[in-house]
Design a protein around this ligand. Structure first.
Ligand code: SF4
Ligand code: F3S
Length: 405
């Protein structure tokens, strides 16, 4: 039966039914690591809001972060992003351009002083006074410094905005830096690094800001812990092959075709924090993330790895936490929940690879063997993928199912 207009959530253009909206908020709560009961609170807070204005600045970038948001085919994500907030200025998406767009930005900033969310996409060049990126005759550096003090929160989307990303790669001819470095310590920037980042990590952060009027818990690099708490290597579906010593040695060799571990092809999963194996990309089903498609993780969410370490170089297996503490303990030096440390080197003796390898251990089994901490968070991460999907579809795409090779 067609849903009545009264069942549609006002403020969402009549596009989202109340039931879907509540379901979305409940699962978003889980992805942030909150109890499911908080979903109702998120829904209540968001429904009561006048759409908060968002000013979206673009620096040195490829627009990939905007694209990842728009290319998401999740039934509600783009509607929520575009209808939940009032996107008052976005150089790619705004209908007006030139002076009209600049005027709209100025008016919005004046009318919403201290209330708007400032999103920064792209790096900020600082060399030679920042002349390598100018918008409307002003440098990006100047615009950012003038806009940030008026905002309620500053969110850096993508690795370029978080820490410089591609434009900052050596020799960094324009002196490109991230928003935090450009603004200095007076501002706390929320970083959502990735190249591109998961749109769900961005959306969940925005929902958290709108609901609780404060940033989610951040790690030492300014990243929301709910999304960047676990190593890629912990949730990777190829992990059983790593543990068993089954490695692809060349692209398109037998091991690569069979879905074996990509460590020896330069996979940086062992030193990269992100939730890609659980969240996936593009709502296109299981294995739709770099490692799932046969491409080694290049560490796009880690400043010290992506665009710095050579792509074929083998990852460090030292397992440090984002704050630099050894993996088995937290930032305060206390044992992490679950207690165990991970094995720190690939095994030295391997089973024969000639016979068929069978199903092997599931990623879940590997996780248990590895003594993962934060299992509850992992479950929440896996839940996030189900946003807007039927339960069984979500389970298939969790990246934790047994391999069939
Ligand atoms: Fe997965 Fe890469 Fe770790 Fe291998 S090294 S298990 S491919 S994350
Ligand atoms: Fe980036 Fe690695 Fe995920 S390259 S998108 S962190 S798998």
């Amino acid at each position: 039966m067609k849903e009545k207009d009264a069942d549609l959530v006002p403020g969402f253009g009549g596009l989202v039914s109340r039931r879907d909206f509540l379901k979305f908020c409940t699962l978003a709560a889980a992805s942030i690591g909150l109890p499911l009961s908080m979903g109702a609170k998120i829904a209540e807070a968001v429904e009561a809001l006048k759409r908060p204005p968002v000013i979206w600045l673009s620096g040195q970038e490829c627009t990939g972060c905007t694209e990842t948001l728009l290319r998401s085919t999740h039934p509600t994500v783009d509607k929520l992003i575009l209808d939940l907030i009032s996107l008052d200025y976005h150089e790619t998406l705004s209908t007006p351009s030139g002076e009209l767009a600049e005027d709209a930005k100025k008016k919005s900033m004046e009318a919403n002083r201290g209330k708007f969310i400032l999103v920064v996409e792209g790096a900020i060049p600082t060399k030679d006074g920042g002349i390598y990126c100018k918008i409307g005759g002003r440098t990006m550096l100047e615009i950012l410094k003038a806009t940030a003090p008026l905002a309620a929160a500053v969110v850096a989307i993508g690795s370029c905005a978080a820490w410089g990303g591609i434009p900052s790669a050596g020799p960094n001819p324009t002196g490109a830096v991230g928003a935090q470095e450009a603004l200095g310590d007076k501002f706390k920037v929320i970083n959502i690094p990735g190249c591109p980042p998961s749109p769900y990590n961005f959306l969940s952060t925005v929902l958290y800001l709108l609901t609780f009027k404060k940033p989610p818990e951040l790690d030492a690099k300014g990243r929301p812990r709910f999304a960047y708490r676990r190593l890629i290597h912990e949730g990777c579906e190829r992990r059983p092959h790593f543990d068993a010593g089954r490695f692809a040695l060349e692209f398109d060799d037998d091991g690569h075709r069979r879905g074996w571990c990509l460590y020896k092809l330069g996979c940086k999963g062992p030193e990269t924090y992100n939730n890609c194996p659980a969240i996936l990309f593009g709502d296109a089903g299981a294995r739709t993330w770099p490692v799932g498609t046969g491409c080694p993780c290049f560490g796009c969410s880690e400043k010290e790895v992506a665009f710095t370490a050579p792509i074929p170089a083998q990852a460090s297996m030292r397992f440090f936490t984002p704050s630099g503490a050894p993996y088995g303990v937290d930032e305060a030096g206390q044992p992490r929940p679950g207690g165990q440390t991970l094995s720190i080197t690939p095994p030295t003796s391997y089973p024969p690879i000639a016979p068929p390898e069978g199903h092997g251990a599931s990623a879940v089994t590997a996780a248990v063997v590895a003594g993962l901490a934060g299992a509850a968070l992992g479950a929440a991460g896996a839940t996030a993928i189900k946003l807007g999907k039927k339960e069984d579809e979500g389970a298939k795409g969790s990246g934790t199912e047994e391999r069939k090779d």
